[in-house]
Write a protein that binds this ligand. Structure first.
Ligand code: PLP
Length: 432
């Protein structure tokens, strides 16, 4: 008999998340840190994991563990089925044309490197241009730098507008038939800026370029439909979307993936092996050499299921409300903060980067004082060093929100910053 989830059936995209219930699924959040309840505002670095994901890992090792795709025994068949179930689930989650378009990798970084090596290696030549943006994480910059250097190609950068948005007009100016590839983040991990990927893809395709999207900060936080985005490749990391570390994925269009050579070679990715030559397995195995991270892929399936049950529209709405609350509260209580990122929340994910006293207080000092009050934020350049030169700041403090965060935690951050101001009052009040 089919079990109907009444609460879910009644849920609409407008139904607010039940954050109290969600928090009960995250055992790690129930602790105190430095004598204060933990306020975890570092989900852009990595998210916490619900019991369902932790239990999926335990279940896998206690009941199913076996290598996949090979042996003809029951555990192997079961492990293979669980592993492939995650592929199918992820394909549905991002609206891929089918599971064979999903390649499991270690993380977003590896997925982007795969495209640079296997697509870039065959399609980029001397004098070609690769367009990236000024808001790249190093993972979506360094692979293209290396590719350009190796091939005698050139990197071009899409600037940001004065309000930290993607500058679509400047992007259109950069495009020409010399541009072979456009790579951009769907959501910036520092500014929260949401890029207009559908428009970017449309314009890139007009000049014959392929579009690679770094989805590390979008897949966890908003509905993603790769068909609607119109891109050619999309990379993500499980650990930022309630899943375990050590798993990421690359989605690519079938025709492009089929035409690309393998990334790594060895077991599992072959068709026929002879002494001096070999042929490759069909997709997706061609790109998954060796024994993969089976247990973590299986647990990633539980994470996607958890997000699907919440509903990604609701996740996005929750973060918009937290961001609205945070920007309002911090602007009112802490006018001495410098904020980075679009003020327009339609163009902004749940990431809040700032400096105190126009950078007079070092971000590490801010983070350390907040940590003393149980508040976990990140300080530094967040793997986006060139972007910080555009922000005119060597580094910044970053608070980032997710499904388990509350408006009370936004208030705790604001109170935490009162303490920073108290300690650094003289530095903040010193004329700049
Ligand atoms: N891209 C963006 C926008 C990110 O925020 C991150 C991680 O913070 C990455 C890429 C790299 O992700 P990973 O370290 O999981 O490969």
């Amino acid at each position: 008999m089919a079990v109907i989830d009444i609460a879910r059936a009644q849920q609409t995209p407008e139904t607010p998340l039940d954050v109290d219930a969600i928090r009960r699924d995250f055992p790690i959040l129930a602790q105190t840190v430095n004598g204060h309840p933990l306020v975890y505002l570092d989900s852009a670095a990595t998210s916490q994991k619900p019991r369902q994901v932790i239990q999926a890992l335990v279940d896998y090792y206690e009941r199913h563990n076996s290598n996949i795709h090979r042996a003809a025994h029951t555990l192997a068949a079961r492990s293979t089925e669980l592993y492939e179930r995650t592929r199918t689930r992820l394909a549905g989650f991002i609206n891929a044309s089918g599971p064979a378009e999903i390649i499991f990798t270690r993380n977003t970084t590896e997925a982007l490197n795969l495209v640079a090596a296997c697509w870039g290696g065959g399609h980029i030549g001397p004098g070609d241009e690769i367009v990236v943006t000024q808001m790249e994480h190093h993972s979506n910059l360094v692979p293209w730098q290396r590719l350009a250097e190796g091939k005698g190609a050139h990197l071009k950068f899409v600037p940001l507008t004065p309000t930290f948005k993607f500058d679509l007009a400047a992007y259109a100016e950069l495009l020409s038939p010399r541009v072979k590839l456009v790579a951009l983040p769907h959501v910036s991990n520092v500014l929260g800026t949401i890029a207009p990927v559908a428009e970017v893809s449309r314009l890139a395709h007009e000049v014959g370029a392929v579009v690679v999207v770094d989805g590390a900060q979008s897949a966890p936080h908003m509905p993603v439909d790769v068909q609607a985005l119109g891109c050619d490749f999309f990379a993500l990391s499980a650990h930022k979307m309630l899943g375990p570390t050590g798993v990421g994925a690359l989605w690519g269009r079938t025709a492009l993936l089929e035409a690309m050579p393998p990334f790594l070679s060895g077991g599992s990715m072959i068709g026929e092996v002879q002494w001096t030559k070999s042929t490759w397995a069909p997709l997706p195995q061609k790109f998954e050499a060796g024994t993969p991270n089976i247990a973590d892929v299986v647990a990633f399936g539980a994470a996607i299921e958890y997000l699907e049950r919440l509903g990604m529209e609701r996740v996005r709405r929750h973060e918009v409300e937290l961001m609205r609350c945070a920007l309002g509260a911090l602007r009112e209580a802490h006018p001495e903060l410098t904020h980075y990122g679009p003020g327009d929340l339609d163009f902004r994910g749940g990431v809040l980067a700032f400096n105190v006293g126009h950078g007079a207080v070092h971000p590490h000092d801010v983070a350390q004082l907040l940590d003393g009050q149980g508040i976990a934020v990140r300080a530094g350049h967040h793997c986006a060093r060139p972007l910080h030169s555009v922000m005119d700041a060597p580094s910044s403090v970053r608070a980032s929100f997710y499904v388990y965060n509350t408006t009370e935690e936004v208030d705790a951050l604001s109170r935490g910053l009162d303490e920073v101001k108290r300690v650094f009052r003289r530095v903040i009040e010193r004329p700049q």
